[in-house]
Design a protein around this ligand. Structure first.
Ligand SMILES: [Zn+2]
Length: 332
């Protein structure tokens, strides 16, 4: 009897894990079948089991929230169309009339962008040459917000002052505001022996392949999420939709190009470190195209001088805004 009692907790854990795997499979199947009700049911069970297993349930909670909102919107649209078609004065043809310029402008205006200045408060991010990552990214983010607003977009910052914000709040803002895009801004760093490494790189979320991508992600993830272990990272990434990966990749390409064109237009010799994929947690809980930009290296003295220069910050912000515009122009 004693023997059984000793192993009882282990047995419960094993069966919960088994249940968790089964629930993940049913969720994947519901996704494939595009069955919203089954998806919601599977997510509810996954949230419950995650809690039992002491896993972080926020990923499933966000998914469920998003799903419920989407279902609500579809219902509203359906009733609107019903009202519309029931009215005999309006011919059904006008429903599918081509969009005129006025409407296109309205579409652009309605685009919502969430900008996430990395770190903040007790978390300074990368520190070198007497500068802190959290301060530089906030200044660039504020400039980016102004530029995008002047071009007709609706913009939200996850923080507009030097405060610490946990990861969940950063992503839930994107969900609450119904964002179309999410961009997280960061500054990179390297060890003393490599203090001449510099340049811009843009990441999009995907199961990381290269060792280097994993290292960068580890640095950015560690301060925000302490329980990030290999197992939960993988289970998060397994649910990434292919469409989100492709769109985020496209956004990353446009943003990277925008930054290089903008900074190089004024003879700054900004190095192109390319578009890369990495498993960043901050991008995981969001269902819209999202990228993480490393604007430069704080450890390179010449680069950090540029990064703290107002004109260069403006060029960076303009470049990102141009990248966003060309992304929207190509992917309406
Ligand atoms: Zn960072």
């Amino acid at each position: 009897m004693k023997f059984i009692l000793l192993f009882l907790p282990l047995f419960i854990l094993a069966s919960s894990l088994q249940e968790y795997r089964v629930q993940k499979t049913s969720y994947a199947r519901a996704l494939l079948d595009n069955d919203k009700k089954d998806q919601a049911d599977a997510l509810k069970s996954l949230i419950q089991t995650s809690k039992e297993l002491k896993f972080n349930p926020s990923y499933y909670e966000n998914k469920l929230k998003f799903l419920e909102r989407k279902t609500l919107l579809t219902k509203k649209q359906e009733t609107n169309i019903q009202k519309f078609t029931r009215n005999p004065i309006v011919s059904p043809k006008s429903i599918s009339k081509p969009i005129d310029i006025k409407e296109t402008k309205a579409v652009k205006k309605s685009k919502i962008i969430v900008i996430d200045p990395g770190h903040g408060g007790k978390d300074p991010g990368a520190v070198a040459n007497n500068k802190q990552e959290k301060n530089i990214v906030l200044l660039v983010s504020k400039k980016l917000k102004l530029i995008l607003q002047s071009r007709g977009y609706t913009v939200f910052l996850t923080r507009d002052k030097d405060v610490y914000i946990d990861l969940k709040k950063r992503t839930s803002l994107a969900l609450d505001k119904n964002a179309d895009l999410f961009l997280s801004l960061h500054i990179n760093s390297h060890s003393k022996s490599d203090s001449s490494i510099n340049g811009v790189e843009t990441f999009f979320l995907s199961p990381a392949r290269s060792k280097r991508a994993k290292e960068v992600a580890k640095k950015e993830n560690s301060s925000a999420l302490k329980y990030a272990d290999e197992f939960s990272t993988q289970s998060f990434l397994n649910f990434l939709s292919q469409e989100k990966i492709v769109m985020s990749n496209k956004l990353a390409i446009d943003v990277q190009k925008g930054i290089l064109n903008s900074t190089r237009s004024l003879k700054y010799n900004t190095k192109d470190r390319g578009v890369k994929e990495a498993p960043f947690w901050v991008l995981a809980g969001i269902d819209v195209p999202s990228v993480l930009i490393e604007l430069g290296y704080i450890t390179d003295i010449r680069e950090v001088t540029k990064l703290t220069n107002k004109d260069y910050q403006l060029l960076l912000a303009t470049g990102i805004a141009n990248g966003i515009e060309s992304f929207f122009a190509k992917n309406k």
